[in-house]
Design a protein around this ligand. Structure first.
Ligand code: GLC
Length: 744
């Protein structure tokens, strides 16, 4: 007993001193920032709010301006983006040290899915539903980038997206607020590691605040028009999670929200982010978005745009120059209170102190450390593992996969079989070393052993020529198995890459039909940064893998799955529409007064007359080389009173012949509520590894928080009533059902 008491006391003391130590650090940094702030002229303060891009690697419409280095030397620049490398950052930092107060620059970069080693695109990583793996991916990216002088990544992008026409769907975590919030947290933790100031930590940046993924028509940069209820219920949760995880910065978005550009949106940036959520970091605009309030029609000129943005809480101006050109006059004209500028400067300087840049401005620009950290084999292995886990097996009739030992020859056909650069996807960084990702062809060749491998391209990705069909058909006829690799090019998704038509481009599906007509067994591998429409293939081809863009190790990751070294475990983080006409299509929809069967067309219901409203593949869908049984559902307490929690348990069994992982998903439906609630919402999941025949009891805990939602007045409440419980292998493949009641 004494021992226990002693341990408890020791733990409390430790905790007290830890908190005390943290507070004293906060106090001392606060003092340092304030001591510097009082020395600064208005021009120097405005300089800290100004960010330029490097002219070499640009990620937006660049304004070529020759005096950037002069401005840096005069203390008129607080941050640079698109500069990286120990040498380049050190040289540029030296210029900043010429300024009167020697305030170091922040170097920001879009390290979205890897720095030197490219990991799968974020939407692919989301398909892994593996938070540890996702955090590790971000951790490695941060380790590499910080060794190359980068202080700040413009990630994670946490925009919920229900419209695959939007090219940036590739950059996020799909359509679900719960999954998106967990992934936002994992990525912020991965990037920031043990905290700012550690040499392998970079500042995270939750973006794009907010609701950028709901652009009308899926057109990038387009308007967003939604109720505040939908904003809070669907689009804000991942941002709230990122803030709670300690994201150092936020980036606002290009879109207007209900007629007010996010960059000039006080409600978003001051009322919600800095107010309700108590965010202490700083907000950077998106590329030129301060100045873009002029074409938005929200400001007549940069003077008005700068006033709107700084007033609304946009602390740093990326590349528009509105701040550096107008803020001084705005203060002199009495339009902007200097206190607003002081607050923005305080937030930015605070991060520079936290990063240790005032102690040593060059601490991240160490060539030796850069050489030691980059090109580590274990980083490549981690990318290969993340790639395997991101692959989704959409279909596998007659267990055509994994490749049977009886197969003696494989025909590799299609325009993406030998593709290399495309494997990296959009937002991949090619910093100097012209890294060649592992193509599908190479990956298969390395593992094929005695199997004869032949290749025919068959067609291009996006033109109408069928000249290659004959050769491909001939090769298919002479092979035991055909593997077709089709999809988009990597630059058909990403920023400013919206597509009105998201079918397989060119004549690729005609090629698939022609090869299928040979009667040979066909596996189709689809590579893209978004869901595509490929209905004929979905209905006729026996085995389909969706491999997104898997990065540096793509070919090896896919070959690991094809040859059964890894049993696919991915689950779709976003619905796959049957047609662009179904968009927006998502699983957590409202039932309507005439729901009707989602599998059927026609009738007096909310479907279409020309196709079912059910998507081609639903949220949470993904198959395995084994099978899983769900049984023995129990609900520990079906009547919940205030403060109660229920445990929902069941037994999951691997009923197949090979080991595998299953993502068991828990959905709830609040059957009667005001306002009405979706037909189901993801509330928990567990990814479980089971050997053949092995069983495991899975338990989910449901408390009032999981039953709560925003009412029409945006109060976070739970309403008494019945909740349906759905447990399944996808949002549609429900294996167990039950219910519970909230009494009050
Ligand atoms: C781009 C993107 C943003 C990115 C920034 C800097 O326009 O919208 O996500 O971080 O500019 O490259």
């Amino acid at each position: 007993m004494h021992k226990r008491r002693f341990c408890l006391l020791a733990a409390c003391c430790f905790l007290f001193f830890k908190i005390d130590a943290q507070q004293s650090t906060v106090d001392s940094t606060d003092k340092k920032v304030k001591a510097l702030l009082v020395k600064m002229t208005l021009e120097e303060k405005i300089g800290q709010l100004n960010q330029y891009s490097n002219d070499i690697k640009v990620t937006g419409p660049i304004t070529v301006y020759d005096s950037k280095l002069e401005d840096i030397a005069k203390g008129k620049v607080g941050s640079m983006l698109n500069v990286s490398g120990a040498i380049a950052t050190r040289e540029m930092q030296k210029v900043a040290m010429k300024s009167r107060l020697k305030i170091p620059l922040l170097f920001g970069l879009d390290v979205i899915h890897g720095y030197r080693v490219t990991f799968p695109i974020p939407l692919a990583e989301a398909a892994s539903w593996d938070m540890d793996a996702i955090e590790r991916s971000a951790r490695i990216a941060a380790t590499e980038a910080s060794a190359s002088g980068v202080h700040w990544t413009f990630a994670p992008m946490v925009d919920i997206a229900r419209d695959p026409r939007w090219g940036r769907v590739m950059e996020g975590a799909g359509e679900d607020p719960y999954l998106g919030s967990l992934i936002a947290t994992a990525r912020v933790k991965g990037f920031q590691g043990k905290g700012l100031g550690n040499l392998d930590a970079v500042m995270a940046c939750a973006k794009h605040f907010a609701a950028y993924g709901a652009a009308i028509g899926g057109r990038d940069y387009n308007s967003v028009d939604m109720s505040l209820h939908t904003l809070w219920q669907v689009y804000l949760p991942p941002f709230k999670a990122a803030a709670a995880a300690g994201a150092a910065t936020f980036m606002n978005s290009f879109n207007d929200l209900n007629g007010i550009p996010a960059t000039g949106n006080r409600y978003l940036q001051r009322d919600i982010l800095k107010g309700k959520w108590g965010f202490k970091g700083f907000v950077v605009s998106d590329w030129g978005s301060v100045g873009e309030m002029i074409p938005h029609g929200y400001a007549a000129d940069k003077y008005e745009a700068a006033e709107a943005a700084i007033t609304a809480g946009s602390d740093m101006d990326m590349e528009s120059r509105a701040y550096t050109e107008n803020l001084k006059k705005l203060v002199e004209d009495g339009k902007v209170n200097e206190a607003l500028i002081d607050d923005a400067v305080y937030r930015i300087l605070y991060k520079k102190f936290e990063l240790g840049l005032f102690d040593d401005p060059y601490r991240f620009s160490d060539e030796q450390r850069e050489k030691q950290v980059l090109d580590k084999p274990e980083h490549q292995e981690a990318a290969r593992d993340m790639g395997r886990k991101s692959i989704v097996l959409l279909k596998n009739q007659h267990s055509l996969l994994p490749v049977s030992s009886s197969v003696k020859s494989i025909a590799l056909i299609g325009p993406l079989v030998k593709a290399e650069k495309d494997m990296k996807g959009f937002w991949s960084i090619d910093w100097g070393k012209d890294e060649r990702p592992v193509s599908l062809f190479e990956g298969i060749k390395q593992q094929a052993g005695r199997i004869k491998i032949n290749f025919a391209k068959g067609c291009n990705i996006n033109d109408s020529s069928k000249a290659g069909f004959a050769e491909a058909i001939k090769l298919a006829r002479s092979s035991d198995l055909v593997i077709i690799a089709a999809g988009e090019t990597a630059d058909m998704s990403g920023e400013a890459k919206s597509r009105a038509n998201i079918h397989l481009p060119g004549v690729q599906e005609d090629l698939i039909k022609a090869i299928h007509a040979t009667g040979k067994p066909v596996v189709v591998i689809l590579m893209a940064g978004r869901p595509l429409v490929f209905n004929w293939t979905a209905e006729h081809v026996p085995s389909i893998l969706y491999t997104w863009w898997l990065g540096s190790q793509a070919g090896n990751s896919i070959a690991d799955v094809l040859f059964g070294k890894y049993n696919p475990s991915g689950k779709l983080p976003i619905s796959f529409p049957r047609s662009e006409g179904q968009i927006p299509v998502y699983y957590n929809y409202l039932n309507t007064g005439r729901p009707g069967p989602e599998e059927e067309a026609g009738g007096y219901n909310t479907g279409y007359i020309d196709m079912p409203r059910l998507p081609q593949y639903v949220f949470g869908h993904g198959l395995s080389y084994t099978t899983f049984e769900y049984k023995d559902l129990t609900v520990s307490k079906s009547q919940l009173m205030t403060g109660d929690a229920a445990e929902i348990s069941f037994v999951l069994t691997n009923t197949g012949k090979v080991s595998g992982e299953e993502v068991a998903q828990l959905y709830l439906r609040d059957v009667v509520a005001q306002p009405i609630r979706p037909v189901k919402e993801l509330k928990d999941f567990q990814k479980v590894f089971l050997k053949p025949g092995e069983s495991k009891k899975i338990t989910f805990k449901i408390d009032r928080e999981k039953l709560s939602f925003y009412d029409s007045e945006l109060n976070w409440i739970a309403q008494p009533g019945k909740f349906d419980i759905y447990i399944g292998s996808s949002s549609k493949d429900i294996r167990l059902q039950g219910n519970l009641y909230l009494q009050q």
